[in-house]
Write a protein that binds this ligand. Structure first.
Ligand SMILES: O=C(CO)[C@@H](O)[C@H](O)COP(=O)(O)O
Length: 227
């Protein structure tokens, strides 16, 4: 498989938010590629987390790629503030961008952030195809493997059909999976074709988080040799 490399992204939702800068450094020192930041507005999902002010403060402590997942009803309202705060990737949900995704992707790109699109478990994968194939395409698809909103939920193996369909169509696309990923579920996700792996509770809850990060990476490398 050419062009995709493993990106292991601990979900900072499971970190000690009171020590976010130290937690971010700890994850990068342990081998994480990205830091996954869950932005929730209490409306698109029934939970409220962090927003641009926290990204901005965290950015002062790390150069890491901040992979921001916007679980919000009005993603357009967040583009400028997230870019100014120092977000690296801006992934919005297709369910709330059916009308304006072209404008949204254009705006995200104009700020220098990398656009991605996410889909909830109940959303057919076909809905994201136009966003990957357009003249101004997204650069990542995030397949939710739990209902968005909370960490610590059970991985939904039937979402692997979506991952497989995307990988078959787009051999070099970054495909991210998020929700319930850990040592017991990574092989299914990697075999289906996911290369960007978000993992919260399995990493932060482990006695040796670095071992889990290494295991996740090894599984992706084994399933998808990148040369
Ligand atoms: O976006 C979300 C939840 O909505 C995720 O990023 C979770 O935070 C992943 O947590 P685990 O399922 O790995 O514990």
């Amino acid at each position: 498989m050419v062009g995709v490399s493993p990106k292991i992204a601990p979900s900072m939702l499971s970190s000690d938010f009171a020590n976010l800068a130290a937690e971010a450094k700890r994850m990068i020192d342990l081998g994480a590629n990205w830091l996954h930041m869950d932005i929730m507005d209490g409306h698109f999902v029934p939970n409220l987390t962090i927003g641009a002010p926290v990204i901005e403060r965290l950015r002062k402590h790390t150069n890491a790629y901040l992979d921001c997942h916007l679980m919000v009803t009005n993603p357009m309202d967040y583009v400028d503030q997230m870019a100014k705060a120092g977000a690296s990737g801006f992934t919005f949900h297709v369910e709330v961008a059916k009308e304006n995704w072209q404008e949204l992707v254009k705006k995200i790109k104009s700020t220098g952030m990398r656009p991605g699109v996410a889909l909830k478990p109940g959303t057919p994968v076909e809905q994201v195809y136009p966003l990957v194939e357009g003249t101004n395409p997204v650069e990542m698809v995030l397949v939710m493997t739990v209902e968005p909103g909370f960490g610590g939920q059970k991985f939904m193996p039937n979402m692997m059909d979506k991952v497989r369909a995307l990988r078959n169509k787009y051999p070099t696309l970054d495909i991210e999976v998020d929700g319930g990923l850990g040592p017991s579920t990574i092989d299914a996700a990697a075999a289906a074709g996911a290369n960007c792996i978000v993992a919260g509770s399995s990493v932060f809850g482990a006695p040796e988080p670095g071992d889990v990060i290494s295991l996740l990476r090894a599984s992706v490398e084994k399933a998808q040799p990148s040369t």
